[in-house]
Ligand binder design. Structure first.
Ligand code: ADP
Ligand code: MG
Length: 699
């Protein structure tokens, strides 16, 4: 149960002064999550985007055009606009240094005369401009008398808004939300060096909504660092609690006798790399302990994660238990199944496939086999984890390409309640700092070494103007026996347009190359996708035009040319993933990045990085630098997904601190029962990481 003191913050935003029935939907639109009404908390956490500095009080003569200034002036005269004319209403003001015209395009005389009485002193704030050599200020932001001046904040927060929502309304709501903030217990350990210098949570958040300087929003102020730390601490604590409860929930030791694994290894046309060997034994060790496994298998595209997963699943089967591999798309689930099945079955394993597309009797048969223990390993999509799917004895869940699944899905998975060991595979190398913030204290196996015999992919950037030459080059490559991917980009994030672009490219290539050109995109029915992929894999087509559906995991070793149209529209991680589709066999591979002339700096930097290196980890770090973590994790928003106050640059530095703090706390007080423990529970609720508290109560 949420502590009562937090209730005022979880009340709906419409309970704040000034938010009536007309404005409430605007707040919901701007701040409500997933269509839910905005709450006071959401307003409180809506950090200003910038600060207006009204502290500068020069004379009229000193005021620099363009900058915001606050001027003390005497009102000299009103010049109302003539009845029919288009001349604006002007009020002439002055100080000893000079004079100035205040310009109003929609001035109501009575109101302006009341606001600016002739002969009186007033303070006006806004920016001055020059018009026909004379100073003027169009629609001053503020016009106040001496009393009003006392109340005029020198530094004014500016908020992100939505259409129809006025700055003054948002500002008032934000101020009211700060007033609603209750006195919260301190969850920081004030005895640590970090805990000492920071303001209280309440003071820190007030410092953002009531800025005391133009620099109040800097990520390096103690207030911002404190808030970022609090948020990171909440997330680390939650992740540790999940892990703690998983470890506590009696796992089972699963020890294989090696018979299936040996048969698989013997049948492989290659031997494992050292990195693969190490990963396999790390996983086996985890499986053999009675604690639950939570391990991330990181490896660049083509580093050979699949066979590691297969050997893990084989180990489980040797112990008479079951394993499931969940892929993000049907294509991938099917590919894993089709490619591993011969190997697995030859080794003696019983294999099944379950996606949304298995229907009717076939589906019933798979379900019965899973429940009856007649299947050792099953491949599938998230259909596998739906409620009606029952396993006889599921020991291991392998989740492929995790970054495609929401971050929260992992929580859901671990909360399944069964003592399932979890292996998460990601093909997007994730910088260490981000592994920690998103996966917490997960064990990590990394395949940094690539299988021997791989040739580097020759990567070139070509202007789209030269597309005819590219088509000729593709023709020559095909004549030499190559198979070619041709990827069309995302257009305006609209799948329909996306598909249109790919279909159009397909049509033009068909004109040149005839029916040896295939097409695959996200809007196709699953069966057609499979057919197109299959035809390409079997060599019945030479060119496969695709949208980014081929991005993740698809494996056709004979494909040696990758053409990426409008490469400037893709993120680095995506480009790297796409390029990883070639260079998989022993043939020499080429990647052509077609870009539009006049590239921006970031796009150019991305393409240069692609040409410079094929090391996914290096590319991921570069991606993080260029675009922020959103892209690294395959999400499109640029903020920190799941984080509201912490910004990316702060994460790395604060993470280690927060993690150590959370760890220490849980060692001392695993149930969060002490006074500080209770305060930390408040923190978890405040940042809505309270799923983790439920685990505490259960455990
Ligand atoms: P990813 O890590 O991207 O999932 P895959 O598991 O699909 O990579 O492996 C890519 C290709 O490399 C596959 O064709 C696979 O058969 C091959 N492969 C995997 N391990 C080795 C190895 N040790 N030596 C040679 N080839 C390997
Ligand atoms: Mg893979």
């Amino acid at each position: 149960m949420r502590p009562d003191i937090l209730n005022p913050l979880f009340a709906e935003a419409r309970s704040l002064p000034g938010i009536g029935p007309r404005l409430a939907p605007l707040f919901d639109r701007l701040l409500g999550e997933n269509g839910k009404p905005a709450r006071v908390l959401d307003v409180l956490f809506h950090i200003p985007a910038s600060v207006i500095d009204r502290s500068r009080k020069p004379t009229i003569a000193e005021a620099e055009p363009g900058a915001i200034v606050t001027l003390e002036v005497t009102v000299d005269a009103h010049r109302p606009s003539p009845p029919q004319g288009r001349t604006p209403y002007r009020v002439l003001v002055s100080d000893p240094s000079g004079d100035l015209a205040l310009v109003f395009f929609k001035g109501v005389q009575a109101r302006l005369e009341k606001l600016l009485p002739v002969g009186e002193t007033r303070w006006i704030s806004g920016s001055i401009e020059l018009w026909e050599g004379r100073r003027q200020m169009v629609h001053p932001d503020r016009i106040v008398d001496r009393e009003g001046l006392a109340r005029l904040p020198a530094f004014e927060p500016v908020y992100g808004l939505t259409e129809g929502l006025y700055p003054s309304v948002m500002a008032r709501a934000a101020q009211a939300s700060v007033d609603r903030l209750p006195a919260l217990p301190e969850w920081l350990d004030r005895s640590t060096p970090a805990g000492r210098g920071w303001p209280d949570f309440a003071d820190a958040i007030a410092a953002l909504h009531r800025p005391a300087s133009a620099q109040a929003l800097d990520p390096t102020t103690p207030a911002r660092i404190r808030l970022a730390y609090d948020e990171v601490l909440a997330s680390q604590l939650a992740l540790l609690l999940v892990r703690q409860s998983m470890k506590k929930a009696a796992g089972r030791a699963t020890v294989g006798d090696g018979r299936f694994s040996r048969a698989i290894l013997a049948a492989l046309p290659y031997s494992l790399t050292n990195a693969q060997d190490t990963a396999v034994s790390e996983i086996r060790t985890d499986l053999a302990t009675p604690e639950r496994m939570l391990r991330l298998l990181q490896g660049d595209v083509g580093s050979g994660k699949t066979v590691v997963a297969l050997l893990a699943m084989a180990t489980v089967a040797e112990a008479g238990r079951q394993a499931a591999l969940m892929a993000p798309t049907e294509i991938l689930a099917r590919q894993h199944h089709d490619r591993l099945k011969p190997l697995a079955e030859a080794a003696g394993l019983r294999v099944a496939l379950l996606t949304g597309r298995e229907k009717g009797q076939a589906r019933e048969k798979v379900l019965a086999a899973l429940a009856g223990g007649d299947v050792d390993i099953v491949f599938g999509t998230h259909a596998l984890f739906q409620e009606h799917v029952a396993f006889a004895d599921l020991a291991l869940a392998v989740v492929d390409e995790q970054h495609r699944f929401g971050v929260h899905q992992r929580l859901a998975l671990s909360q399944k309640g069964e003592a399932v060991d979890v292996l998460v595979m990601t093909a997007t190398p994730i910088p260490r700092t981000l592994v920690l913030s998103y996966f917490g204290d997960m064990d990590v196996s990394t395949l940094r070494e690539k299988p021997a015999g791989r040739q580097p992919v020759d990567t070139r950037a070509v202007s789209l103007d030269r597309i005819d030459e590219v088509v000729s080059a593709v023709g020559r490559a095909i004549a030499g026996g190559a198979r070619v991917y041709w990827v069309c980009p995302l257009v305006d994030e609209s799948e329909a347009l996306d598909v249109a672009a790919a279909a159009e490219r397909h049509a033009t290539l068909v004109q040149v190359f005839g029916d040896r050109v295939g097409l695959v995109h996200g809007k196709m029915p699953g069966r057609d996708k499979d057919a197109a992929m299959g035809a390409f894999a079997r060599g019945e087509t030479d060119i496969l035009v695709a949208t980014t559906v081929i991005e993740v995991g698809v494996d056709v070793p004979q494909a040696t040319v990758m053409v990426i149209e409008h490469a400037e529209r893709f993120g680095l991680a995506q480009l790297h993933q796409l390029r990883g589709r070639v260079g998989r066999g022993s043939g020499k591979s080429t990647c052509l990045l077609l870009f539009k002339a006049g590239l921006g700096e970031v796009a150019r930097a991305r393409i240069d990085t692609m040409r410079r290196t094929e090391d996914g980890f290096e590319i991921a770090e570069e991606d993080l630098r260029l675009r922020g973590e959103g892209d690294v994790l395959g999400t499109r928003q640029s903020g920190m997904p799941g984080f509201r106050l912490a910004v990316a640059e702060q994460q790395g530095a604060l993470l280690a601190l927060a993690r150590d703090d959370a760890k220490l706390m849980l060692t001392r007080d695993p149930d969060l029962a002490s006074e500080r423990g209770q305060a930390l529970r408040v923190l978890l609720y405040l940042f809505e990481r309270d799923e983790a508290i439920r685990l505490l109560q259960a455990g």
